[in-house]
Design a binder for this molecule. Structure first.
Ligand code: FAD
Ligand code: SIN
Length: 519
């Protein structure tokens, strides 16, 4: 029999949502935080643009709410939108308390705010173009000083432990694959899913390798509701080098005046939307895709050469460095860019405090779906959501316990601690398996920026054949297939185009987006 671990709170993930939860929990609780790879291998550490919050007296929460609803095609949960955005200034203050040094204006006191697509005001707090790294490093430092938080690198959760207790589907922890490949049950009073997104299910993505939809797959299999899975956001400007996505070029560049051009030099966004380069992300991605299709192009160009070199070096040092490493001098040359998979607007159905359909299971950050993002996330609302949800989840966990966590752990029915197939979980993380690679290409081709009935059905059939063939023999690959299947099924069910879900030949629900789109 495998050895069994136990803890008060098991947090699956070590990105921003996970750390905001861990740091907000009381110090008498033992917290074990798992990450699939190394601690910095997460989307949070890669974030560039910044964090949206109303911090300028000329701005208002109502304007931020309105921009979020417009970007989300009004299929957002308006209560969640208001709740989360109202907490944004406090979230920024909390990050500052934890050591994040946001960029300041020349007065040395007021935060410098940048702008991104879909925002009607400058409201993005940032640390140059490496906001995520600055935030992640500060919080990781804080976690490492806390005696009650243990971080376990290269520990991958593969399945949730759950069973009915008092007739309620209850989570008791997770099966975890240790670095030596052995799988062990890790029991917990509370389990928090903070596994991030799923961009790596597609062959072209801005996401780190860890983002393969494990959390949403595990939760759905355990009986949790999921929502909005069809709304996968494609970022308009991933750097294109030799036909592959080689990193992100932040939207803040368009916020600071960068223009999208065809190879001829012609600017094309004004033909697609009155907001041009600053239209919501799904609109810009589709416009680029249409131009690429029409012109037989592998990419378009992002041009910021109007800004002086010194200004670029001060504002976008990471992008400058990334491009220079590929021989592109952004002060004199336009940047080759194309859209690719970036963000999961959907996920595990959750309240703002992360509570889900399973008792004692919380979902926070990108893996969760509160309805904040609707059909298309407004830029820089995601890091914000991680902080707000993490802090709220911690509060609920800390106050909910009538029974102590330790009592609940011992009360876990023995049946949840044994699932035969988990005992021999392969150490392969599935990312290099031939099925995962073919699957990722299929997702790009058939479940990408434009989808149709035939491609979606073909993908669904192929996924189902692979699932039958594999059975439960490879949990990591099964999680990928499960997550893809959730996206494809949701995309098949939504027969009209809406936000990031664009079905060729289908009617578009415009829903007050201020621009009616052509399909
Ligand atoms: P992550 O930070 O991705 O962390 C997920 C964690 O879960 C990782 O530690 C991972 O190892 C772990 N994990 C995954 N599966 C398992 C498993 N099975 N077992 C154990 N651990 C597991 N948003 C903004 O608001 N502003 C921005 O400027 C911005 N820029 C971005 C730039 C890039 C390049 C990318 C990719 C995203 C950007 N986003 C931005 C989106 C934002 O970064 C993410 O939505 C957010 O960081 C998600 O945080 P998270 O904590 O939910 O997940
Ligand atoms: C970016 O900097 O363009 C990414 C911002 C985001 O994903 O919110």
């Amino acid at each position: 029999m495998n050895d069994t671990r136990s803890t008060d709170v098991l947090i699956i993930g070590a990105g921003l949502a996970a750390m905001a939860t861990a740091l907000s929990l009381p110090s008498h609780l033992q917290i074990d935080m798992l990450c699939k790879g190394l601690a910095h291998e997460c989307a949070s550490a890669w974030a560039q643009g910044g964090i949206a919050a109303v911090l300028d007296p000329a701005d208002s929460i109502e304007a931020h709410v309105n921009d979020t609803l417009i970007a989300g095609a009004h299929v957002n949960d308006a209560d969640a939108v208001r709740d989360i955005l109202a907490q944004a200034p406090a979230a920024i203050a909390w990050l500052i308390e934890h050591g994040v040094a946001f960029d300041l204006q020349d007065d040395g006191r007021t935060l410098h705010l940048t702008r991104e697509g879909g925002h009607s005001h400058r409201r993005i707090a940032h640390v140059k173009d490496r906001t995520g790294l600055a935030v992640h490093e500060a919080l990781l430092r804080a976690c490492r000083t806390r005696g009650n938080i243990r971080i376990h690198e290269s520990h991958a959760a593969i399945q949730l432990l759950h069973a009915h207790a008092d007739s309620v589907n209850t989570c008791f922890g997770a099966w975890v694959r240790l670095p030596d490949g052995q799988a062990v049950p890790w029991r917990a009073g509370h389990t928090v899913l903070a596994t991030g997104g799923l961009g790596q299910l597609f062959s072209r993505s801005t996401n780190p390798w860890t983002a393969t939809g494990d959390g949403v797959a595990m939760a759905a299999r355990a009986g949790c509701g999921v929502r909005d899975m069809e709304f996968v956001q494609f970022h308009p400007t991933a750097l294109q080098i030799d036909g592959r996505a080689a990193g992100l070029i932040t939207e803040a560049m368009r916020g600071e005046g960068a223009l999208l051009r065809l190879p001829s030099g012609e600017r094309f966004m004004p033909r697609h939307d009155a907001r041009a380069e600053l239209a919501p992300r799904d609109i810009v991605s589709r416009a680029i895709y249409a131009e690429m299709q029409q012109g037989g192009l592998t990419h378009v160009l992002l041009d910021i050469t109007h800004q002086p070199r010194e200004w670029l070096a001060a504002h976008f040092p990471c992008v400058m460095h990334l491009c220079a490493s590929h021989g592109i001098d952004i002060a004199t040359q336009p940047i080759p860019v194309a859209p690719c998979a970036h963000y999961a607007c959907g996920g595990v159905r959750a309240k703002v405090d992360g509570s889900t359909d399973l008792r004692h299971l919380h979902a926070v950050g990108e893996v969760a779906c509160t309805g904040l993002h609707g059909a298309n996330r407004l830029a820089s609302n995601s890091l914000l959501e991680c902080v707000v949800m993490g802090r709220a989840a911690a509060k609920t966990i800390a106050t909910a316990s009538v029974t102590t966590a330790a009592t609940r752990v011992t009360a876990a029915p023995p049946s949840v601690l044994w699932t035969g197939s988990m005992a021999s979980a392969p150490s392969d993380l599935a990312q290099h398996s031939p099925i995962a690679q073919v699957l990722a290409h299929l997702m790009d081709e058939c479940v990408g920026i434009r989808r149709n009935q035939q491609g979606l059905s073909q993908t669904a059939r192929q996924i189902s054949a692979w699932r039958k063939m594999l059975g439960g023999s490879d949990p990591a690959l099964s999680n990928r297939l499960e997550a893809c299947s959730l996206i494809v099924d949701a995309a098949l069910q939504r027969t009209q185009s809406c936000g990031a879900h664009a079905r060729t030949g289908a009617e578009t629900i415009a829903q007050n987006r201020s621009e009616i789109e052509m399909t």
